[in-house]
Design a protein around this ligand. Structure first.
Ligand code: SF4
Ligand code: SF4
Length: 377
C-alpha cells in the first residue's frame, strides 16, 4: 500500500506538468507506426495515471506501456518539461507486480542471461561483431590516467571499441584504465524493473570506481553512460550513497565529450563515406544531440543529414527481444534513412544500436571511435 502511495505521489508530481498539447505525438516512434493515442506519450501518461489511481494495471494497459521504447524523444519535444522517462519508470515498477507469471518468468530469464557473464559470454562470443585490430599502444610513462568503463556485453561483442579508445587516448597522452569489475552498470535490471538488483550493482560499481580515484570516467556506450550519469537519482538525499553517486555521475563523460576539445589531428583516420546514427540515449537521454556529428565534421567526414534522426532504431535495451515486430519495423525504416546517402559504413555510439542495425545492414556498422583508430594505413 505504501509503495503504491509513493508511486502515485511521484507520478502525480510529473503528470501535473502535462498540458495535453499533443506536441509529443509527432515525435513518438510508436505513435508514428501504430497511430493510436494509447501508443503515444500523452496516451501512456493517461494510462499510468488511471492505473495508479485504480491500483490496477489491466493487460491492455500493460500492452501499450510495454510498447514504449523509453527513447525519451517525447521529452525532447515537450514544451512543458514533462519528465516522461522518470514517469514510465515509476509506472513500470508498479506494473511489474501486476504482470502474469509467465511474463515475470520470461523477463527474469532474459535479465539473468544478460547480466550473468558466465551465461552471456559464451553466447556473446559466438555472436561477436568484431575482433581487436592490431596491438594496443603503450601510453607514455607520464600519461594522465582516466577510467574507461569496461562494460559487460560490449567487451564480449565488440572488443575493438574500447581497444580503439585506448589507442586514441594513448596518442593524446592519456592512459585508459579499464574498470576491473566487468559487471553491468545496472541498466538492464533497472529497465526490467528489478530495482533491488540494479541497486546492488550500482553500489558495488560506485565503491569500486571511487576506489580507483580517477578524475574522469569515460563511457563508450551511450546507454551505459546515461545510466551512470543518473546514478544519484536512484538514492534519496541523505543516503550515504547519494553523495558518492553524485561524485561518480559528475566525473562521467561520453567519449565524445572527452574528445571534443582535444587536438585530434595526430590520429590515424579511416577513409570512409559514412552515415551516422545518433542513439536516443545520447540525444534524448544525455542531451548531447549533434556532438558526435560536429566532431565527425571537424575531422572531414561530413555525414549527410538523416531523415527522422530523432527516432529510435528499435534496439532500446531489451526492447528488440520483447517487441521484435515493432523493433524490426523501426530498424528497417532507420536503415532506409541511413542508407539514403549511399554510405559505405554506418557509425553509431552505442553497442545496442550497433548490434541491432548490423543484423539487417548490408554495410558494416561500427562505433564512430573505430574511424579514429585506423590500423590499415
Ligand atoms: S507530454 Fe508534453 S508535449 Fe506531450 S501532451 Fe503533455 S505537455 Fe504536451
Ligand atoms: S519514450 Fe519514446 S516510445 Fe515512449 S512514449 Fe516517449 S517517444 Fe514514445
Amino acid at each position: 500500500m505504501q509503495t503504491h502511495q509513493i508511486a502515485n505521489f511521484k507520478a502525480n508530481e510529473i503528470i501535473r506538468k502535462c498540458v495535453h498539447c499533443g506536441f509529443c505525438l509527432a515525435t513518438c516512434p510508436t505513435y508514428q507506426l501504430l497511430g493510436s493515442e494509447l501508443d503515444s506519450p500523452r496516451g501512456r501518461i493517461y494510462l499510468i495515471k488511471s492505473s495508479l489511481e485504480k491500483n490496477n494495471f489491466s493487460s491492455e494497459s500493460i500492452k501499450h506501456l510495454d510498447r514504449c521504447l523509453t527513447c525519451r524523444s517525447c521529452e525532447t519535444t515537450c514544451p512543458s518539461g514533462v519528465e516522461y522517462g522518470k514517469l514510465i519508470d515509476v509506472g513500470r515498477e508498479f506494473m511489474e507486480q501486476k504482470r502474469p507469471l509467465w511474463q515475470k518468468a520470461m523477463r527474469y530469464s532474459i535479465r539473468k542471461l544478460l547480466t550473468t557473464p558466465q551465461l552471456f559470454n559464451p553466447i556473446g562470443r559466438i555472436a561477436r561483431h568484431s575482433k581487436k585490430q592490431g596491438n594496443v599502444l603503450k601510453p607514455n610513462a607520464n600519461s594522465k590516467k582516466v577510467l574507461l568503463l569496461g562494460g559487460c556485453v560490449q567487451p564480449v561483442l565488440a572488443p575493438n571499441i574500447n581497444h580503439s579508445i585506448k589507442n586514441i587516448l594513448a596518442k593524446l597522452g592519456f592512459e585508459a584504465i579499464e574498470t576491473p569489475q566487468k559487471q553491468c552498470c545496472g541498466a538492464v535490471d533497472q529497465h526490467l524493473s528489478a530495482e533491488s538488483d540494479a541497486l546492488k550493482k550500482v553500489k558495488a560499481n560506485i565503491d569500486a570506481w571511487l576506489g580507483l580515484n580517477a578524475d574522469v570516467i569515460i563511457s563508450s556506450a551511450s546507454g551505459c553512460g546515461l545510466m551512470v550519469k543518473d546514478y544519484a537519482s536512484m538514492f534519496q538525499e541523505g543516503d550515504i550513497y547519494y553523495e558518492k553517486a553524485k561524485l561518480i555521475s559528475g566525473k562521467t563523460q561520453d567519449i565524445a565529450e572527452f574528445l571534443v576539445d582535444k587536438d585530434l589531428s595526430q590520429l590515424n583516420l579511416a577513409q570512409a563515406n559514412i552515415s551516422y546514427h545518433e542513439p536516443c540515449t545520447l540525444q534524448h537521454g544525455q542531451k548531447l544531440a549533434g556532438l558526435v556529428n560536429s566532431i565527425l565534421n571537424t575531422l572531414g567526414y561530413t555525414p549527410a543529414p538523416v531523415k527522422d534522426a530523432h527516432l529510435c532504431c528499435g534496439s532500446a535495451g531489451t526492447y528488440s527481444i520483447f517487441q521484435p515486430d515493432l523493433a524490426k519495423q523501426l530498424k528497417m525504416n532507420k536503415l532506409n534513412n541511413l542508407n539514403a546517402s549511399n554510405p559505405e559504413m554506418i557509425v553509431t555510439a552505442n553497442i545496442g544500436c550497433l548490434m541491432h542495425l548490423q543484423k539487417d545492414s548490408k554495410i558494416p556498422v561500427k562505433h564512430w571511435v573505430e574511424l579514429l583508430d585506423n590500423q590499415t594505413n
